[in-house]
Design a protein around this ligand. Structure first.
Ligand SMILES: Cc1cc2nc3c(=O)[nH]c(=O)nc-3n(C[C@H](O)[C@H](O)[C@H](O)COP(=O)(O)OP(=O)(O)OC[C@H]3O[C@@H](n4cnc5c(N)ncnc54)[C@H](O)[C@@H]3O)c2cc1C
Length: 287
């Protein structure tokens, strides 16, 4: 599907994951190298039609809207609750209603629609930036204290991967650092040998050993956010000023959300940048 099709799509069923390019994960010198974020859309908004209909019936309201997308219907319902404006909807249906919300900046009603994503093959540098987004976000990230990092998995920036000399330097440094982590973890386990609790012993060793792990260390993070928060994230991170890795991630999220809820995310236009990535542009910033 082209960006233009995405832009004008009405209700498209979304894939549950976005598949990476074949060269996105490679193995070299015993190190698994990730070169593209992997995005899994794990959950989307649902709506209880039964409860909504019960509310409408109890208030003597006959109201219907023209979207099949629960998130879009929920946002319209929330907006109409504010003024009890179910009776005489303006023409244009749900698309026009949500467009008016975006124009007016009535952003709080967007907070009722929620999606959860799992991001895999992303660097610790990326997640450090990601978790700066606070309002409307929830996070669960792979623990470096509980989970052994001795399986070597790292994220390599494209600009380094494309240059043989830079790639060699990067790989040598990662291999050396990884080796240091493994040795430190082993020696620290030995140091804590008198600790009877096996789980605690490992945690004590790993939490100290991880201090040598680089920003490039691969991680996994489960993220839930509402439509308003995802929009702000996209505007900040699918931006030419953002780091390439998080920009690629934000564009992947946007593409999925545009398929999920075109009335809520269809106003973004993806424009190509000189480095082959895209930036997202909208007339309705920070709703
Ligand atoms: C290109 C780029 C470069 C950056 N460089 C740096 C850097 O060098 N150093 C650095 O530390 N950070 C940097 N950041 C991170 C940036 O400062 C923000 O922390 C991050 O983008 C999250 O944005 P936010 O605070 O608007 O988002 P959220 O936390 O999601 O908040 C959304 C909005 O809610 C409101 N809000 C949230 N919390 C509060 C609050 N406590 N009080 C009042 N209003 C609130 C604000 O209006 C905010 O914009 C950079 C970000 C980008 C995109």
């Amino acid at each position: 599907m082209t960006d233009t099709q995405l832009h004008s799509a009405s209700a498209v069923s979304a894939p549950c994951s976005s598949l990476p390019a074949p060269e996105a994960v490679v193995e070299e010198a015993g190190i698994r190298i990730f070169r593209e974020p992997m995005v899994y859309l794990l959950s989307r908004q649902t709506i209880s039609e039964q409860e909504l209909n019960r509310f409408l019936a109890e208030h003597g309201i006959a109201w219907e809207t023209d979207t099949e997308v629960a998130a879009e219907k929920l946002v319209e319902t929330a907006g109409r609750i504010c003024y009890m404006s179910f009776a005489r909807p303006r023409p244009g249906g749900n698309a026009a209603y949500i467009r008016h919300i975006l124009e007016a900046g009535h952003g709080s009603v967007l907070e009722h629609a929620v999606w959860s994503f799992l991001f895999v093959g992303v660097s610790r540098a990326l997640t450090h930036e990601l978790v700066r987004h606070r309002a409307g976000f929830g996070y669960s990230q792979l623990s470096q204290r509980y989970v052994d990092e001795s399986v070597a998995e790292y994220v390599e920036p494209k600009v380094i991967a494309e240059d043989p000399e830079l790639h060699r330097l990067w790989l040598e440094t990662i291999a050396r650092t990884h080796q240091a982590y493994v040795q430190l973890a082993e020696k620290l386990l030995e140091k804590y040998r008198d600790e009877p609790d096996r789980t605690l012993r490992r945690k004590l060793a790993r939490q100290a050993a991880r201090s040598v792990l680089p920003n490039a260390t691969e991680t996994k993070i489960f993220v839930t956010a509402n439509a308003r928060a995802w929009r702000h994230f996209i505007e900040m991170r699918a931006s030419r000023w953002a780091d390439v890795e998080i920009r690629q991630l934000a564009v992947k999220v946007l593409r999925l959300l545009q398929q999920e809820a075109p009335h809520l995310f269809g106003d973004y236009e993806l424009r190509p940048l000189p480095d082959g990535t895209y930036e997202a542009i909208t007339p309705y910033r920070k709703v």
